[in-house]
Design a binder for this molecule. Structure first.
Ligand SMILES: CC(C)(COP(=O)(O)OP(=O)(O)OC[C@H]1O[C@@H](n2cnc3c(N)ncnc32)[C@H](O)[C@@H]1OP(=O)(O)O)[C@@H](O)C(=O)NCCC(=O)NCCS
Length: 176
């Protein structure tokens, strides 16, 4: 993808991460104040500008098989240029399963743009529900020191799998 940076246009390469990206992934995720663990480069996509990493994101696999879009972060100088959008689209395109995410409530509209909808507790796999409870617990503590309390939302993106013509009721069998 190409972005506008000041008066210049700049190419951004969105690609799966490599081992040499591990330090940059940790630095960007921790610098953005996101959950600082489970940051194995093998699960990440990165956005690179002139070979330096400016944005990251991953799909985590939980023990129960559920998948979570997580650790989406872009360094401040490259924000609002479509970098996170490019990363999220690339990550989503690699996944054929339902995806979940946890985010602050102000990002609800942003993620709705990628087909995520806010999910109730009953719609969540237990690892996501547990993290949401912890997220809201820490947010309620942080709210004691900030003017605007933040709520952690869980969102879900459902993949609709197309049914092959031959398995639809009334379809004629392909071979007898
Ligand atoms: C959220 C974040 C990843 C967006 O990255 P980005 O590259 O700037 O995103 P894009 O350029 O693709 O899209 C920008 C749009 O996202 C939305 N957006 C970004 N941050 C937002 C926020 N805090 N509240 C509401 N909307 C927001 C806005 O619609 C914004 O459009 P605008 O720049 O015209 O206002 C980036 O701001 C970031 O790294 N934040 C810190 C880490 C974080 O909160 N990550 C999300 C974890 S769920």
């Amino acid at each position: 993808m190409v972005i506008q940076s000041g008066l210049m246009t700049m190419a951004i390469d969105i690609r799966s991460a490599e081992g040499t990206d591990q330090a940059a992934i940790r630095k960007i995720v921790r610098g953005a104040g996101l959950y600082p663990f489970e940051l194995d480069w093998q699960h990440f996509y990165v956005a690179a500008a002139n070979k330096s990493i400016v944005g990251v994101g991953q799909i985590k696999s939980h023990r129960d098989g559920s998948k979570e879009l997580a650790s989406i972060a872009v360094i401040p100088e490259f924000q609002s240029k479509g970098v996170a959008t490019g990363l999220i689209q690339a990550l989503i395109s690699t996944s054929e399963e339902d995806l979940y995410l946890l985010c602050q409530d102000d990002l609800e509209g942003f993620y709705q743009g990628f087909g995520f909808i806010t999910a109730g507790r009953d719609d969540l796999p237990s690892p996501i529900a547990r993290r949401q409870r912890w997220g809201n617990f820490f947010s309620s503590i942080a709210a004691l020191f900030s003017r605007r309390p933040v709520r952690i939302l869980a969102m879900r993106r459902v993949v609709t799998k197309s049914v092959p013509e031959t398995s639809k009721p009334g379809a004629s069998p392909a071979c007898i």
